[in-house]
Design a protein around this ligand. Structure first.
Ligand code: FDA
Length: 391
């Protein structure tokens, strides 16, 4: 039997951070993970360079049934705190775009920093170790193949459901349910959208093409890259909107972001009115897309010969192409999990379950999900830090 002060379930970003902070406060900490290595998602994140935070962290860039919940942790341990830590570890980094900070070298530098910090603070990690039968009496108790473990507190940092082949399980949700906490139904986020046969046929010839676009759903819109794929649409703007999209409703795509299409077409008519409309449009868009757009709008012939209705249809497709997704690519490729442990049942300052003293939830398992671009790691650091101070 092993006895500690704090058992942390999950050696990902949030679990490691909570463990480091708790160990630095003198707690005896044991981290348990069934994976063979610490921080596997950190290792593959950001194309191997880990987009570890974002300069523009703000609560409105996180989705949750209670958008204000994240505020406390995010403002007590900020992106600047994490940047300072990365600097102290001597890890070089750069801003790529939109405030997104990446390692210059490798994501493994972040993993190594966490491992070294935990070891220096005296924390222990058991890898390759599944757990079961978490119960609570005077203390928490669970079973592992290495024996029974007891702890005064448990931090659940088992992440979400995305990418099951990397070890994601619903274990954290099961624990929440077993202890009477409510769940906001988990669903895939930051994920490519899929389409029915008709729309796929419409886009098939564009597979591989990446263009700037503004993609919107309801009042939310993202102006970032859009990628046509064999299965549907992807790229940052689509991943972002996928977290907001609701089944059965179309998304709206502006293929000439920042330019009013009607005005742009009027300008083209003056300079290139004698050209085939698709050739003229190729001054604004990649040629393949220009041809496709003309097909979708049902226009052909010389641009100068288009009547008002044709011009309006064309401008309508360019400014506000509406396309109805049938679904998402699901857990296999989703970068994050929306939903999770209901924040109404957690204390925003400590991440402790209100009704279960000693039980904490941090990171992606909680119903807080960030935008693409370093927001989700910052939530992992901030929520892990908050629990680490309290546990
Ligand atoms: P995380 O999933 O990292 O860790 C959970 C841990 O619990 C895992 O180690 C798992 O093995 C363990 N576990 C689960 N079930 C268990 C069980 N039953 N028994 C034992 N252990 C168990 N975010 C960002 O901000 N910037 C980025 O660049 C990226 N890039 C990115 C790329 C890809 C491909 C993905 C899939 C995701 C990202 N993300 C990202 C999202 C980011 O990786 C994610 O939000 C955090 O890793 C969440 O951290 P957690 O510690 O909460 O969970």
């Amino acid at each position: 039997m092993k006895r500690v002060d704090v058992i942390v379930l999950g050696a990902g970003a949030a679990g490691m951070f909570a463990a480091i902070e708790a160990a630095r406060r003198g707690r005896r900490v044991l981290v348990i993970d069934h994976a063979k290595a610490v921080g596997e998602k950190i290792r593959i994140s950001g194309g191997g360079r880990c987009n570890f935070t974002n300069l523009h962290i703000a609560p409105d860039r996180f989705l949750s049934a209670n958008p204000r919940f994240a505020l406390s942790a995010l403002s007590r341990y900020t992106q600047h705190d994490f940047i300072a830590r990365v600097n102290r570890a001597g890890i070089a980094w750069h801003e790529k775009t939109l405030g997104q900070l990446f390692c210059d070298g490798s994501a493994m530098q972040i993993v190594d920093m966490l491992r070294a910090d935990l070891a220096a603070a005296g924390g222990e990690v058991w890898l390759g170790t599944p757990f079961s039968d978490l119960t609570r009496g005077d203390v928490f108790r669970l079973t592992t193949p290495r024996g029974v473990v007891e702890g005064a507190a448990v931090v659940v940092a088992t992440g979400g459901r995305s990418i099951p082949k990397m070890g994601a399980t619903g274990a954290g949700y099961d624990i929440a349910r077993a202890f009477g906490l409510r769940l906001v139904e988990p669903r895939p986020g930051l994920v490519p959208l899929t389409f029915g046969d008709a729309a796929r046929a419409q886009m098939a010839e564009l597979a591989g093409l990446a263009v700037p676009a503004r993609v919107g759903f309801g009042k939310t819109a993202f102006e970032e890259g859009l990628l046509f794929t064999h299965r549907g649409l992807s790229g940052p703007s689509i991943l972002q909107i996928s977290s907001y999209w609701q089944t059965g409703r179309p998304i709206r795509i502006d293929l000439t972001p920042g330019v009013e299409a009607g005005a742009a077409l009027a300008g083209l008519r003056q300079g290139a009115g004698r050209q085939e409309v698709a050739n003229a449009l190729a001054r604004l868009l990649p040629e393949r897309l220009a041809r496709a757009v003309c097909g979708w709008a049902g226009v052909a012939g010389r641009l100068a010969d288009l009547d008002g209705a044709g011009l309006r249809r064309l401008a309508g497709v360019l400014d506000g192409w509406e396309v109805l997704p049938t679904g998402t690519e699901g857990w296999r490729t989703a970068e994050v999990t929306l939903g999770g442990v209901d924040t109404r049942d957690l204390d925003a300052r400590t991440m402790q379950a209100r009704a279960v003293p000693g039980l904490y939830f941090v990171g992606e398992v909680v119903d807080v999900t960030g935008w693409l671009g370093g927001y989700n790691f910052q939530w992992a650091w901030s929520s892990g830090w908050a629990a680490g101070q309290a546990v």
